[in-house]
Design a protein around this ligand. Structure first.
Ligand code: ZN
Ligand code: FE
Length: 255
């Protein structure tokens, strides 16, 4: 039975996610930006917290880990490579590690780029991936630590997952990502339609996360550096997709 997944808005534009196994009652959290809304959601549903899964070391993803660990006696899981700058880890994982939540397998993927040591959690049974600040809705995280080559490799890995995978990313940046995407993929009809749908959703106060990998493949410019549309728009027709990606990411930084 797939996990029940709850999206929790935190801080100004962060998301945390609760994963709940209906059979066993086991509950896990992906990222801990802020304790109060997460505690409120757990209370409302009568759930406790068994695991906290950390994606990367930035404060807006880990700030509430200690408070939640103490409150629920939760087991904290994160990247071994980032052990020195994460809250104390009970379970250390790396690219290729598989563990289980209730009866469901969780695969750990290294998706370095935004930071080195950023990981994603892939749950094929629930057709879901938790990408935080690597692959985002219509975007990707800013390159604070990694190189464009690293981010491109991470995104290429994510793009190869089944297209019906649901992408749970870490921020509500989709509207501004969409405005930028139009400048580097202006002829993309699917992108225009998505930007319109995103604007409408935001006007109704609805989140635009999660999204489907299939729609990211069609509209996310960082997954489209190999396409003629993006290459023409940035004046790099026939160039190496890594170089095109580098240029697209560079333009976003000053957009
Ligand atoms: Zn971050
Ligand atoms: Fe973040």
């Amino acid at each position: 039975m797939p996990l029940e997944i709850i999206t929790i808005p935190c801080l100004t534009d962060n998301y945390a996610f609760l994963l709940h196994a209906p059979g066993s009652g086991l509950t896990a959290l992906v990222d801990a930006p802020e304790a109060a809304p997460i505690k409120a959601e757990l209370e409302k549903r009568g759930w406790t917290l068994d695991f906290i899964l950390i994606t990367h070391h930035h404060w807006d993803h880990v700030d509430a880990v200690e408070e939640l660990r103490d409150a629920y006696d939760a087991t904290v899981i994160g990247a071994q490579a980032d052990e020195h700058r994460l809250p104390a880890l009970d379970v250390k994982v790396k690219d290729g590690t598989t563990f289980s939540l209730s009866r469901e397998d969780v695969h750990v993927l290294d998706v370095s780029g935004h930071t080195i040591g950023h990981i994603a959690y892939y749950l094929p049974g629930s057709k879901s991936i938790f990408t935080a600040d690597s692959l985002m809705a219509l975007g990707c995280g800013r390159l604070f630590e990694g190189t464009p080559e690293q981010m491109h490799a991470s995104l290429t890995k994510l793009a190869a997952l089944p297209a019906n995978t649901i992408v749970y990313s870490g921020h509500e940046y989709t509207q501004s990502n969409g405005q930028f995407a139009l400048t580097v993929d202006p002829e993309n009809e699917a992108l225009h339609a998505r930007v319109k749908a995103v604007d409408e959703a935001r006007n109704r106060g609805e989140p635009t996360v999660p999204s489907k990998l299939s729609e990211e493949l069609q509209t996310n410019p960082y997954l489209r550096a190999h396409t003629k549309g993006v290459q023409q728009a940035v004046g790099m027709e026939g160039a190496d997709p890594v170089d095109v990606f580098t240029e697209v990411r560079r333009r976003k930084d000053s957009f």
